[in-house]
Design a protein. Structure first.
Length: 334
């Protein structure tokens, strides 16, 4: 195979055939499906969840991760927090002319490994090659398909419901910033990118049911909680002293003027459960490496103030309203 991608790899001819056979089919399997224009799958009727996402992260490789792993984990987590069991994934690649075949193989291998770890199959895909300068190496689009296990009905939130965060904030955002090397600082933090479906399935079983689950990716914890508060007309209070942030991440935020509440995460979940189920859910989360730092950070409250708002109880004991992210803190983080 050529050492770099050429436009001929996208023209449907011999080079396209070799690329698909020797790279994608080799890593993803499903040789029989590759002989047709569609894959055949069996799913329960009227019980399907579907999500789609595009990944344009810069750089393509960052501490303990790549755009390939990110594409799988991000799609799996979108299904998992929606109450679905992820089963299948499709992927479309837009590849820049001149891109290294070795780098592409590493990305595809990372996708295959993460899919295996998540227990899903990558069953279909597409490859397009664009002229040099038309994209930053590789863009990936995914569609995830799963079986609904928990119907997304309007939750019956109650005052005192516990807000649980599955781990430390901002690891992914700071890992991306460090990998870019634009500010001349190095922070020894790896991305938290990981598929959470098995962990979240156990958490739901421990709770019997949950009010809602979300993954705080772009916009971070604060924006995600503001969206929940607004969507369901809730008042939420989180405690600054209980929010877990790695010392290295906090140090980088202090130096650069970032707020970890708004930094992106790719391996964290927010789970709101009735207060009586809090300890059971935390125990289930703590059984996984991805959930070892899980903690309750706040609760749903009754208040005379307008609902649909998020408040932070500060270290000084005061409360201030938290709004969604305004503008762009770190672009191209996923």
């Amino acid at each position: 195979m050529n050492k770099v991608i050429s436009l001929a790899h996208g023209d449907g001819g011999e080079l396209s055939h070799r690329l698909i056979r020797d790279l994608f089919v080799k890593n993803f399997g499903h040789y029989k499906e590759a002989m047709f224009d569609a894959s055949y799958i069996q799913l329960p009727a009227n019980n399907i969840a579907v999500t789609t996402d595009s990944f344009v992260v810069k750089p393509l490789f960052f501490p303990d991760c790549s755009i390939g792993k990110l594409a799988v984990a991000g799609t799996v987590n979108d299904l998992a927090v929606s109450g679905a069991k992820p089963l299948y994934l499709t992927c479309g690649f837009v590849i820049e002319e001149g891109f290294s075949v070795n780098d592409l193989e590493k990305i595809v291998s990372d996708m295959a490994n993460e899919a295996k770890a998540a227990g899903i199959s990558i069953i279909a895909g597409d490859t397009k090659v664009v002229e040099k300068g038309s994209c930053d190496g590789v863009y990936i689009n995914t569609t995830g398909i799963g079986i609904i296990q928990r119907q997304n009905v309007i939750p019956n939130f109650k005052s005192g419901d516990a807000i649980i965060l599955s781990g430390t904030l901002g690891d992914h955002g700071i890992a991306i910033l460090t990998a870019r090397g634009e500010l001349g600082i190095h922070v020894p933090v790896a991305s938290d990118c990981s598929s959470l479906n098995s962990m979240l399935e156990d958490a739901v079983q421990a709770a019997g049911d949950v009010r809602i689950m979300r993954d705080p990716t772009r916009g971070g914890l604060a924006t995600t909680l503001v969206e929940i508060a607004e969507d369901f007309s809730l008042s939420l209070v989180i405690c600054e002293k209980d929010i877990p942030v790695k010392e290295q991440v906090q140090g980088a935020c202090d130096l650069l003027g970032f707020d970890p509440l708004y930094l992106a995460n790719e391996g964290k979940a927010i789970i709101i459960v009735e207060s009586e189920k809090k300890d059971a859910v935390l125990h289930a989360l703590h059984m996984y490496p991805e959930g070892k730092d899980a903690v309750c950070i706040g609760k749903v409250v009754k208040t005379e103030q307008p609902s649909g708002q998020l408040y932070l109880e500060t270290l000084l004991g005061t409360k201030r309203r938290i709004n969604r992210l305004a503008g762009v803190m770190l672009p191209r983080i996923c």
